[in-house]
Ligand binder design. Structure first.
Ligand code: ADP
Ligand code: MG
Length: 398
């Protein structure tokens, strides 16, 4: 089996997910369960990564490409929104041409374009959104706005051993930390979220305190590997509340402050910094693991899906796998390359939504089983668009 065969999941194989969505219009149009053959271009430009991918409903992921702006933002210690937007403008068309070339497909073969509509940086989102809509208008195909976190949530479906609905999702990225109950595509219930910093943000800020630069998450994790986690007793924020009241929210800013005070007090050398990094990582991982297991227990579900950049953290994976195995749960992760922002998860989310019938009616008339462009909602037909820099996933309906 080639590497590509292992990481892609044709939509036809995840058809059973759709069948189980009680509210989907696919129930009224059983013929759409046959999944019209669809080729979707995915465009992700919500923050500091330009991600482009081509997903085919029957052949799976055909090609994907990513340009990360990390080097550009490094000297500022964080993402500079205006620079991010300008760089997306430079990258997005060459990357689109690159994936089309790699997949050997022509623009005329595209059936729809899925793009990240929010949440994220307004200017950055506008680049992907306007290019997606302009291209879709020119090609006379639908453009479909995707919620960035929905992309992350569904990204484990690209892996060789995907979860089945329903499952609990732990979304841990630079901008979000959430536990969700995922009943089906488009059916998301928020169980808990961070009240201040996101887990990735806490990793990045703590890394900065230790002089590790930006983005610090991976560097801090690497340093932690050389330290002793038991050296410093750092707080496990909001674990007590969970035990008392069942609260599944998170808070990481106090932990970051505790590290700040520790660094000021100890002025650590390299080995001391490694111990602080290990102690910090262990505290974050402890909280994430304990709350994820409690969420599984409370919902009565047995599958946990971990998505977002912090999901790449090896210690988190190790501890989650251990705890889950002991309790009889299964944990699913996206491939490492699909943990952080990427176009593949956006193209997949677009394919699932189109396949689920939510906008099935808006496929090309000659290809759609449901009637084609004539049935497209007015907004899609006119290609008028907006971005949603702040967008609550749990308010989404299919
Ligand atoms: P966002 O879309 O919110 O920017 P991503 O899903 O792209 O977030 O993930 C980026 C975040 O993941 C950053 O905060 C980064 O530091 C963190 N991250 C990446 N790899 C690791 C790791 N191995 N350990 C901890 N954090 C990590
Ligand atoms: Mg992200």
């Amino acid at each position: 089996m080639s590497r590509q065969d292992q990481i892609v999941r044709p939509l036809s194989e995840v058809a059973y997910y759709i069948e189980r969505c009680p509210h989907l219009s696919v129930r009224d149009y059983p013929e759409s369960l046959r999944f019209p053959s669809m080729l979707i271009l995915g465009i992700e430009t919500s923050c500091d990564e330009t991600g482009i991918a081509l997903y085919h409903s029957e052949r799976g992921l055909l090609a994907h490409a990513l340009h990360t702006q990390i080097a550009m933002h490094q000297e500022y210690g964080g993402v500079v929104p205006e620079l991010a937007s300008r760089d997306h403008i430079r990258r997005v068309l060459p990357l689109i041409r690159q994936v089309m070339r790699e997949a050997g497909v022509a623009f005329a073969e595209l059936d729809a374009i899925a793009y990240t509509q929010g949440p994220g940086l307004a200017g950055a989102l506008l680049v992907g959104t306007s290019i997606a809509n302009a291209l879709a208008f020119a090609l006379d195909i639908p453009a479909l706005g995707i919620h960035h976190l929905e992309g992350h949530l569904l990204s484990p479906l690209l892996a060789s051993n995907p979860p089945k609905f329903p499952f609990v999702a732990l979304l841990v990225s630079g901008g979000h930390t959430q536990l969700m109950r995922v009943a089906a595509v488009g059916e998301y219930e928020l169980l808990g979220e961070t009240v201040d910093d996101a887990a990735g943000e806490a990793f990045d800020k703590t890394a900065q305190l230790l002089g590790l630069g930006y983005p610090g998450g991976p560097a801090l994790a690497q340093l932690a590997g050389q330290g002793k986690a038991g050296t410093h007793k750092l707080p496990r924020p909001m674990l007590e509340q969970m035990r008392k009241t069942g609260n599944l929210d998170f808070s990481f800013s106090g932990l970051k402050t505790a590290v700040l005070l520790l660094v000021r007090r100890e002025a650590p050398d390299a080995a001391g910094k490694a111990d602080i990094a290990a102690s910090f990582q262990e505290a974050v991982v402890d909280v994430l693991v304990t709350k994820s297991l409690y969420a599984l227990e409370r919902t009565g579900l047995s599958q946990l899906v971990v998505a977002g950049g912090v999901g790449a953290n090896r210690r988190l994976r190790e501890r989650l796998d251990g705890a889950a195995a002991e309790a009889g749960y299964t944990v699913f992760y996206p491939e490492y390359e699909f943990c952080t922002d990427n176009g593949a998860m956006i193209a997949l989310a677009g394919a699932l939504r189109l396949g689920a019938g939510s906008v099935g009616a808006s496929l090309r008339p000659e290809r759609s089983p449901l009637g084609g462009l004539a049935n497209m909602p007015a907004a899609q037909r006119t290609y008028a668009f907006t971005v949603k820099p702040r967008w609550d996933l749990s308010t989404m309906i299919l």
